[in-house]
Write a protein that binds this ligand. Structure first.
Ligand code: BGC
Length: 753
C-alpha cells in the first residue's frame, strides 16, 4: 500500500515537474531561435531593414531568396476587412473577399462569455487564413473611459477583469487557428480627440490595474504574438517609442517574444523606434528604412539591434504557416461555421434594459407591428473608418422581424427620422442613404414624424429603433455628446402618445442619453451593432424564442456630466492637436519632403489628457461617488427570474472561492451572468467602493438549480504598490458581493484573506 502511494505521488510529482517545465506561451515562440539566427546570418543588412517597414499598405516584406514569406495583415477587429489596393485602403474590387461581420466589440463584451470570445477568435482566424492573412489587427481591447469615445464599439468594456478575460480568449481562438493576433492599441488609447498627439497622463497604479490588464493577460497567458502600439503618447512618450511600455513592461516584465507594429502612420522617429521597442513601421519607410542603414553607418545604431528586431519578427513568421498565393483567396471569405458563431454571439449579447408590464416577449395577440426608425434598416458593417467589413450578408433588424413574424403578424415600417451622416471617412456605406441626410442635432422632421405616428396608431404595438450610427461613432473622432440624434426623443414621445405599447431598441455601439426616452418607453433593449446575423438574433429575443441574457459591459450614465472624466473636467481638453493619421494622409502633407513633414508635426499643438480620476473609471466612479446611473454596469434583465441561494466562501493562498446555488425560477431556458464584486471595508490602501473580480455565464433549464463556483485568483486581489514599484497584496477582510448587476447585489459573504 505504502509502495503504491509512493509510486503515485512520484508520478504526480513527475507530472507537476513536466507541467512546470512547459514553456510559457511566449517562450514557445523561441522554439526556432537557432534556425532563425542561422537565417539572419545569411541576410544582407538591406534585406533585414526591408523587414522593418511596410511593403504594401497591408504587408511587410520577407526575403524571397531565403524562402521567407511576406507578412500579410488584415483588419480586425470584428471581421476580415475587404481587400484594399496595394498602396491604400481603397477597395481592390475583389469578388471572394466578403467576410462574416461579427458583432462589434461592445456586443461581444455584453455576452460576458469567455467561451464565445474564444469561438469568435476562431471564426476570425478561419477567415483570415482563407484570405492568406498571417496577422489579424485585433482584438481591440482598450478600456472604455469616455461614454463619447469614438471607438467604444470596437473596444470591449470599462472593466479590466471582463476586458482581460475576453481579450485573452479572443487571442487564444485566433492563434489556435494558426493566425497571429496584433492586439491593439497599446496603450491608453481611450479617446479619438487629438489621438495622434495627445499625451495620456496616467499614474502608474491606474495604468497597471486598469489600462494594461487586457493586454497583459493576452500577452502572458494567451501568448499574443504581436502588439500594435497606439497613436497617442503615454506619460510623455509616443506609444511606438515608449521605453516604459514596450521595453520595460511588455518585453521585460511580461516576457513578450514577438513583434510590434506601429499603428498606420504612428511611427515618429528612427532612433525612438529603434531604441524603444518598435519592430515594424506601418506604413512607409521614412523612419525604419534607409535612415536605419544611415544611422548604422555613422555609428548611432548597430546591426545587432537590427538582427534582434528581425529575429522577433521571424519568430512569428516561423510560427505562422505562410499561405501560398495560389491557395489563398480561392474560396469566399465568409464561411457558414463563422456565420453561426456570429449568430450565437449576437443572441447572447442583446441586453434587456427595461421591461415594464412584461411587453416583451411579444404576445401572440400582436397582429400588427409598426417598426419605426432608420436604424431598423441600417447596415452597420462599414463606416467608422478602419474597422469596417464587406459582409457577405447582413440581416437588418427589420428583415429579422419580418422573417420571424412570417404570416403571424403584419409588419409596417416608417423611417421616423432622417439619416445623420455626421463625419464620414473612407468608402461610402455599403447601402446608399435612403433619405436626405440631416445634421445630428436637427429636430425631428415633421413629415416623417406624422407618417410614423399614423402607423403607430394603426398598429397593436410599436417597435422604435433609435441610437447612433457609424458616422458619429467612429475612429478618428469622439462624439460631442451622447444625445440621441435628429430629434429621436421627439419621435419616441410622439409614438408613446399614439400607442402605449412601445418597445424601444437601441442600435448603437456606445451608450446614449436615455432620460427622455426612458420616461415614455416601457420596454427598452440594447441591440448593438450585431453583425451578419444581428437582425435574426434580435427577432429571436423580441419574439421570445430565446431569453435575453446580455449584460451591459459599461455604464449608461444618466447625464454625460455624471461620468468621471467629464465631472472632473478632464475631458475634453480644448487644445486642438488633430488626428495625426488623417493629417498624414492629407494631400498637402503627402506632398511634403520628410523634413517639411517633421517640421509640420513638431509644430502641432501638444494636447494632454489628465487621468486624475485614477482607477475610478465607469461603475467604480458611480459607486464610489454614489451617483445613480441610468443603467448600471452589469445590468440586463431576462424573461425569467433567477434565485441566488446562500453562498459559501473560502479563502486560501491561491485566492478566494465562492459557491452558491442558482435557480431558474421561470418557464423557459435562460442564461444568467452572475457577477462577484469585492469590497474592502477596512483597507489602508485606497480602493474604489467595489470591483468586479469574477463572473460566469450559466445556462439553466426551467426550474433547474446549479451550484455555481466563482474563483478569484490571488493575483487579481493585488494592487500596484507605487513605493515598491511592484505588485503587492494587502491581507484583511473582504466583502464578497454577489449579484446580477453592479447595482443588484443579491447575496453577501465575507472572508479573511
Ligand atoms: C487604426 C488601426 C487599424 C489601422 C489599419 C488605423 O487607422 O487605428 O486600428 O488597424 O488603421 O487599418
Amino acid at each position: 500500500m505504502y509502495r503504491i502511494k509512493t509510486i503515485l505521488s512520484l508520478a504526480a510529482a513527475a507530472a507537476l515537474v513536466a507541467a512546470c517545465a512547459q514553456p510559457s506561451p511566449q517562450d514557445r515562440l523561441t522554439a526556432n531561435d537557432k534556425k532563425i539566427d542561422a537565417v539572419i546570418a545569411q541576410m544582407t543588412l538591406e534585406e533585414k531593414v526591408e523587414m522593418l517597414h511596410s511593403k504594401t499598405n497591408m504587408s511587410s516584406a520577407g526575403v524571397e531568396r531565403l524562402g521567407i514569406a511576406d507578412m500579410h495583415y488584415a483588419d480586425g477587429p470584428f471581421g476580415i476587412r475587404e481587400e484594399g489596393v496595394p498602396n491604400g485602403f481603397q477597395s481592390a474590387g475583389w469578388q471572394l473577399d466578403s467576410a462574416t461581420y461579427f458583432p462589434t466589440g461592445s456586443a461581444l463584451a455584453a455576452t460576458w462569455s469567455e467561451e464565445l470570445a474564444y469561438q469568435y477568435g476562431t471564426g476570425m482566424g478561419i477567415e483570415a487564413r482563407l484570405r492568406g492573412k498571417d496577422v489579424i489587427l485585433g482584438p481591440a481591447v482598450n478600456i472604455q473611459r469616455l461614454p463619447v469615445g469614438g471607438r467604444t464599439y470596437e473596444y470591449l468594456s470599462e472593466d479590466p477583469i471582463l476586458s482581460a478575460a475576453l481579450s485573452l480568449n479572443y487571442t487564444k481562438g485566433v492563434q489556435d487557428k494558426g493566425t497571429a493576433v496584433c492586439i491593439k492599441h497599446f496603450a491608453v488609447n481611450n479617446q479619438e480627440t487629438n489621438r495622434g498627439s495627445v499625451d495620456a497622463q496616467v499614474d502608474e497604479r491606474t495604468l497597471r490595474e486598469i489600462y494594461l490588464k487586457p493586454f497583459e493577460r493576452a500577452v502572458v497567458e494567451g501568448g499574443a504574438m504581436s502588439v500594435m502600439p497606439a497613436y497617442n503618447k503615454v506619460n510623455g512618450d509616443y506609444c511606438s517609442e515608449n521605453e516604459h511600455l514596450l521595453n520595460e513592461i511588455l518585453r521585460g516584465e511580461w516576457g513578450f517574444k514577438g513583434f510590434t507594429v506601429s499603428d498606420w502612420g504612428g511611427t515618429h522617429s528612427t532612433m525612438g523606434a529603434m531604441l524603444h521597442g518598435l519592430n515594424v513601421q506601418m506604413t512607409g519607410s521614412n523612419y525604419l528604412g534607409q535612415p536605419v542603414i544611415d544611422s548604422i553607418k555613422v555609428g548611432k545604431l548597430t546591426e545587432e539591434m537590427v538582427n534582434e528586431k528581425v529575429k522577433q519578427i521571424l519568430r512569428v513568421r516561423y510560427a505562422i504557416e505562410a499561405i501560398p498565393d495560389d491557395v489563398a483567396n480561392t474560396k469566399m471569405t465568409s464561411q457558414p461555421e463563422c456565420q453561426e458563431i456570429a449568430l450565437r454571439v449576437a443572441e447572447k449579447s442583446i441586453v434587456l434594459l427595461k421591461n415594464e408590464g412584461g411587453l416583451l416577449p411579444l404576445s401572440r395577440e400582436v397582429k400588427k407591428i409598426a417598426v419605426i426608425g432608420q436604424n431598423a434598416v441600417l447596415k452597420t458593417q462599414s463606416g467608422g473608418m478602419g474597422a469596417g467589413v464587406k459582409a457577405l450578408y447582413e440581416v437588418t433588424p427589420l428583415e429579422g422581424i419580418r422573417k420571424r413574424a412570417g404570416d403571424a403578424a403584419e409588419v409596417l415600417y416608417a423611417p421616423g427620422y432622417k439619416n445623420f451622416p455626421g463625419r464620414r471617412w473612407g468608402p461610402a456605406p455599403a447601402v446608399a442613404d435612403p433619405l436626405e441626410a440631416a445634421a445630428i442635432d436637427e429636430p425631428a422632421d415633421p413629415k416623417l414624424l406624422a407618417e410614423a405616428v399614423a402607423l403607430a396608431k394603426e398598429a397593436d404595438l410599436v417597435i422604435f429603433f433609435g441610437g447612433t450610427n457609424k458616422s458619429i461613432e467612429t475612429e478618428g473622432s469622439d462624439r460631442a455628446n451622447i444625445d440621441l440624434p435628429v430629434g429621436q426623443n421627439e419621435v419616441v414621445k410622439a409614438l408613446a402618445a399614439a400607442n402605449p405599447n412601445l418597445v424601444t431598441v437601441l442600435i448603437s455601439g456606445g451608450p446614449t442619453d436615455l432620460r427622455e426616452l426612458e420616461s415614455v418607453s416601457p420596454a427598452i433593449v440594447q441591440g448593438w451593432w450585431n453583425g451578419t446575423e444581428g437582425g435574426t438574433a434580435l427577432a429571436e429575443v423580441l419574439f421570445g424564442d430565446i431569453a435575453p441574457s446580455g449584460k451591459l459591459p459599461f455604464t449608461f450614465p444618466a447625464r454625460l456630466e455624471d461620468s468621471p472624466a467629464f465631472a472632473l473636467g478632464n475631458f475634453p481638453d480644448k487644445t486642438q492637436g488633430g488626428d495625426l493619421f488623417t493629417l498624414m494622409y492629407r494631400e498637402d502633407v503627402l506632398k511634403m519632403s520628410p523634413a517639411e513633414r517633421q517640421a509640420f508635426i513638431d509644430a502641432l499643438p501638444k494636447p494632454t489628457s489628465k487621468y486624475t480620476e485614477g482607477a475610478l473609471v465607469g461603475y467604480r466612479w458611480f459607486d464610489t461617488k454614489n451617483i445613480k446611473p441610468m443603467f448600471a454596469f452589469g445590468h440586463g434583465l431576462s424573461y425569467v427570474e433567477f434565485t441566488y441561494g446562500t453562498p459559501k466562501a473560502v479563502a486560501g493562498k491561491k485566492g478566494v472561492k465562492l459557491s452558491f446555488p442558482l435557480t431558474n425560477a421561470g418557464q423557459m431556458p435562460a442564461d444568467e451572468v452572475v457577477q462577484l464584486y469585492v469590497r474592502r471595508p477596512e483597507s489602508r490602501v485606497e480602493w474604489p467602493y467595489k470591483e468586479l473580480k469574477a463572473f460566469a455565464r450559466v445556462s439553466l433549464q426551467p426550474g433547474e438549480t446549479k451550484t455555481v463556483t466563482l474563483e478569484i485568483p490571488a493575483d487579481d486581489l493585488r494592487f500596484w504598490n507605487v513605493e515598491k514599484n511592484a505588485w503587492d497584496l494587502e491581507h484583511g477582510r473582504l466583502e464578497l458581493l454577489l449579484g446580477a448587476a453592479s447595482d443588484d447585489i443579491r447575496q453577501k459573504a465575507e472572508v479573511s484573506f
